[in-house]
Design a binder for this molecule. Structure first.
Ligand code: 5GP
Length: 138
């Protein structure tokens, strides 16, 4: 399996298509999922190409998981969450739809199920949630 440089997240990294970024460092970017399954659902990706955990380098994995932890703490604070769900899928058979390594980070509240997949979020609402996360990171 080879990396497709025209996958959606590669285009987001190049700013060929817009995204709502909440965090960025030398190696990683975090941005809001456009089909959020919970308020504050975001994605963390490496800046360099790899499809998923199966072909990522130790350096890519280390950088991404450190950002996942930072953003997990931020969403827990921002949404006064009881917990955080982290999801990650590998290849189509593993549930992956976009083939650039990414981790989902979802703040969770006790007894509240995640929403069904595939429904586009409200852009204004997602922008408000992104602001809350940026404030928690500040
Ligand atoms: P997965 O590959 O882990 O199954 O899911 C890909 C995720 O990317 C989905 O949660 C989907 O909502 C999200 N997604 C797909 N296209 C876009 C996009 O253009 N922008 C953003 N921000 N998220 C996207």
């Amino acid at each position: 399996m080879t990396y497709d440089p025209d996958n959606i997240f590669a285009k987001i990294l190049r700013d060929d298509i817009p995204s709502n970024r909440v965090y960025e460092d030398d190696d990683t970017v975090a941005f809001m999922d456009i089909m959020p399954r919970a308020d504050g659902h975001l994605l963390v990706i490496p800046k360099t190409p790899c499809r998923n955990v199966l072909d990522a380098t130790p350096e890519q994995l280390a950088a991404v998981i450190m950002t996942v932890q930072k953003l997990s703490q931020a969403v827990k604070t921002a949404f006064d969450a009881d917990g955080v769900t982290i999801q990650q899928f590998n290849e189509a058979a593993g549930g992956q739809e976009v083939f650039h390594l990414h981790f989902h980070v979802l703040p969770r509240h006790q007894g509240v199920p995640v929403r069904a997949p595939g429904t586009m979020g409200d852009f204004d609402e997602i922008a408000q949630h992104a602001d809350k996360i940026r404030s928690a990171l500040a």
